[in-house]
Write a protein that binds this ligand. Sequence first.
Ligand SMILES: C[S@@+](CC[C@H](N)C(=O)[O-])C[C@H]1O[C@@H](n2cnc3c(N)ncnc32)[C@H](O)[C@@H]1O
Length: 218
Amino acid sequence: MKTKLGQRLSDIFNLIDFEYSQVWDLCCDHGKLGLALLESKKTKLIHFVDQVPSIISDLDKKIQKIKELDSEQYTLNTLNAENVILKDNNSLICICGVGGDVAIKIIDSLMKNNDLNNHDILISAQYHMYDLRSFLITNNFKLKKQMLSFEGKWGYELLLIRKNEGLDIDPIGKDLIEIEDKRHLSYLNKLISHYENRSRKDEVAKKVLNLYKEIHNQ
Ligand SMILES: C[S@@+](CC[C@H](N)C(=O)[O-])C[C@H]1O[C@@H](n2cnc3c(N)ncnc32)[C@H](O)[C@@H]1O
């Protein structure tokens, strides 16, 4: 595979099986995830989506230089991901590298405009993970796979989800955190200090803080 992936994108790539007729790389930016999936033949068709026009035109120029790819293998879309209309069943929708709040807005809007029942969604979001997990639980999403990925000093929760099929999603991902692992412990402690600061003014944050603290006592 020509496209080089960092650790987080590599972990995301490895969570994806060869089972999707098409993949939506929403918020694609550099397009590395979609390109890697095409190069490795994990899917036949990638829809690259980003809301910034210059990102899509740069990606277009980059793709034109890849001789192995032909134009039937991809579409390039300058679009707010919230407005995507899905084209088929059994596609994978990747929402990676955005905040949890942005991921919520995108999924909420996709649900209104599409039937998401026969699609998987892969999320790699930062921040607002409690809000994101609560939103997914409320909307009957279930877990197919999850992992905690580390790149540099940052931890990222990766969630592969589907409507109505799979395991229950835990509101704080307590089943994901292995506190005997130093990087996991540091990830948990960062969350705890974040919610300690917020809980001075915010009752929900106080509740979330207690949930995270309980992981220490398990
Ligand atoms: C940090 S990059 C993520 C790149 C890649 N997906 C990854 O995980 O490394 C975030 C990208 O999301 C795009 N973006 C943010 N909100 C979006 C939205 N609602 N619709 C489409 N693109 C969006 C930004 O323009 C930016 O290019």
